[in-house]
Design a protein around this ligand. Structure first.
Ligand code: PEP
Ligand code: MG
Length: 587
């Protein structure tokens, strides 16, 4: 309730974990360890390296202990992040460079480690990919722990929080989140962060509402202030009035009922009211997401973004390492299909620590990326193709190439695939001889030549994220022009229709795996245009399935016909939105 003299203030952030909470705020400020800088005498240099090694061992023990606690309290999935932290401690590049820096500069080991780890953090934080940017946070979290151990400081965390509070932090590392007693956190709010930060992943698994990216909130609130956290709309309401509290109480009740309905619908098949079955698949980036694929009842994986196996590692994973990852997914989901996409590195996803493979470019989105990179670095490409082929003996794997711009590129990729098959035969190793190969359609030139590509493919997967950016010439990660990134632009709708028609004329299956597929406002339009299957982040499956089950395919076709006639993106959006709202009573 607004205390005397304090007016209600509404602040907007990014919705990160759903739910509504009301309570008093606890402000938590995470600050960097202060690192002294001094010269180490020559006779103490061996002992200095020993001190570093001991700090690494101590840090390992602490992280292993936290991991065990998180595993016990939240489950094995949530504890996996600490495996990534343990890997940072084993990173030979980071440790080796620190020791080399120490040997050449003679400065104390804290200074050298701080300097090298900061360089890594900086490199990761500049990557134009939300998920990878968050990895900078992992390195920072571990580095702070190592520095605390070197300096003999106690960790500053949230373990002392016992009363139920809305935690408002400038940032939350996984260690911070792990230190929170789940019964004490009503909600988590951070100044920084994004939807993929680990604090958020943990908030979701703790089932507490979370809002991130609320800029300078920690500077505007005090311990004990009252707030509503609306994790649905990404809003924090400070000093809420009686009226607001009443309204939120009602919203909370309605949302809970609707979510229960979504989850119930998710147990049912994805069949429209007029009896058309729709295939709903999952997009994954890591093997660990298998449990979400199953939990949300996906009918397989429509996009496995394999580059994350590479991006999360300091070196290129071997054929054997990749084989284990692909086989794990294929076996776990068999007989359902798993569409593995070959490497889509480069562009917004360069491999940190490999500048020789990805020199700096002026236009990375139109640069040396994905299939272009693979057709040059054929050794890396072939290791991956052989790993995929070998895994295909253990389930139903399909392969697709990203960023195909035309038939020639597709032909070259397939020729390399044929070489890999011949090599495996020569080695006497089994693979699925009938492995289906598809192309991602995400470049306008591929869309324009869909008729030619369809002759060389078993399926198409339309990457609307990139297709829209290239069709409309709107950089997909540039905030300043984000309002011009319009999935309902007539150019997009017409292009989608043309791709689907050309593919179907040649019996080629069409899926959409861009973000449009997981948005219940757009899914009916895509299905109405004739798209055969939709692949999305697992968490979106219940709401898309709910909509599929509440509409008729004939209605979706009529919506698509109308969209094809209209000329304004806003008007087409309004039609899609109205279609959605008419079938979903509670929003
Ligand atoms: C796309 O471009 O729509 C797509 C699915 O690929 P990514 O988002 O990985 O570029
Ligand atoms: Mg793409």
């Amino acid at each position: 309730m607004s205390p005397p003299g304090k007016n209600e203030v509404v602040v907007q952030g990014i919705s990160a974990s759903q739910g509504i909470a009301y309570g008093q705020i606890f402000v938590y400020i995470q600050s960097d360890v202060e690192v002294p800088n001094y010269q180490v005498d020559a006779e103490k240099r061996i002992a200095e390296v020993g001190r570093f090694e001991k700090a690494l061992v101590d840090t390992r023990q602490q992280i292993t202990k936290i991991k065990a606690e998180v595993e016990r309290n939240l489950g094995p999935e949530e504890a996996l992040i600490f495996d990534a932290h343990l890997l940072v401690l084993e990173d030979q590049a980071l440790i080796g460079e620190t020791i080399r820096e120490f040997e050449s500069s003679g400065r104390n080991i804290e200074t050298c480690f701080n300097q090298i780890s900061s360089r890594y953090i900086q490199a990761f934080s500049e990557i134009d990919d939300e998920y990878l940017r968050e990895r900078a946070g992992d390195i920072r979290d571990v580095a702070q722990r190592v520095l605390q151990n070197l300096l003999g400081q106690a960790a500053n965390n949230l373990s002392h929080l016992v009363e139920k509070r809305v935690v408002v932090a400038n940032d939350l590392s996984p260690s911070d989140s792990a230190s929170i007693d789940r019964s004490a956190a009503l909600a988590l709010v951070t100044d920084s962060g994004s939807r993929t930060s680990h604090a958020v992943i943990m908030a979701r698994s703790m089932k507490v509402p979370a809002v991130v990216g609320v800029r300078d909130l920690t500077t505007r609130v005090r311990n004990g202030d009252w707030a509503i956290v609306d994790g649905y709309d990404g809003v924090v309401i400070l000093h809420p009035s009686e009226g607001t509290l009443f309204r939120y109480g009602k919203i909370q009740e309605r949302k809970k009922t609707f979510e229960q309905r979504l989850l119930q619908a998710n147990e049912q098949p994805a069949v429209t009211q007029d009896g058309v079955k729709v295939a709903l698949m999952a997009n994954i980036e890591r093997v660990e997401e298998l449990s979400a694929v199953k939990e949300y009842r996906a009918e397989g994986v429509g996009l496995f973004r394999t580059e994350y196996l590479f991006l999360n590692s300091a070196r290129i994973p071997s054929e054997q390492e990749q084989f284990v990852a692909y086989k794990t997914v294929a076996e776990a989901l068999a007989p359902n299909p798993v569409i593995i996409r070959s490497l889509d590195l480069g562009g917004d996803k360069p491999m940190a620590g490999n500048p020789h493979l990805f020199p700096k470019e002026d236009n990375p989105f139109m640069g040396f990326r994905a299939i272009r990179f693979c057709l040059v670095h054929t050794d890396i490409f072939k290791d991956q193709l052989r790993a995929i082929l070998l895994a295909s003996a253990f389930g139903k794997i399909q392969l697709m190439y990203p960023m195909i711009s035309g038939a020639e590129e597709l032909g070259k990729a397939n020729a390399i695939l044929a070489e890999c098959k011949a090599e495996l035969k020569a080695r006497g190793q089994a693979f699925d001889e009938k492995l289906e190969v598809g192309a991602m359609i995400e470049i306008p030139s591929a869309a324009a030549t869909a008729d030619i590509l369809a002759e060389q493919c078993a399926f198409f997967s339309i990457g609307t994220n990139d297709l829209i950016q290239y069709l409309l010439a709107i950089d997909r990660v540039n905030d300043r022009i984000a309002h011009l990134y319009e999935p309902t632009h007539p150019a997009v709708i017409r292009t989608l229709k043309q791709i689907v028609d050309e593919a179907h004329r040649r019996n080629v299956h069409v899926s959409v795996c861009g973000e449009m597929a997981g948005d219940p406002v757009f899914a009916p339009l895509l299905l109405g245009l004739g798209v055969d299957s939709l692949s999305m982040s697992p968490v979106w499956l219940p709401s898309v399935k709910y909509l599929v089950r509440s509409m008729k395919m004939s209605e979706a076709r009529a919506l698509a016909q109308e969209a094809l006639r209209l000329t304004s993106p806003k008007e087409i959006y309004a039609k899609c939105d109205a279609f959605y709202r008419a079938r979903v009573e509670v929003e």
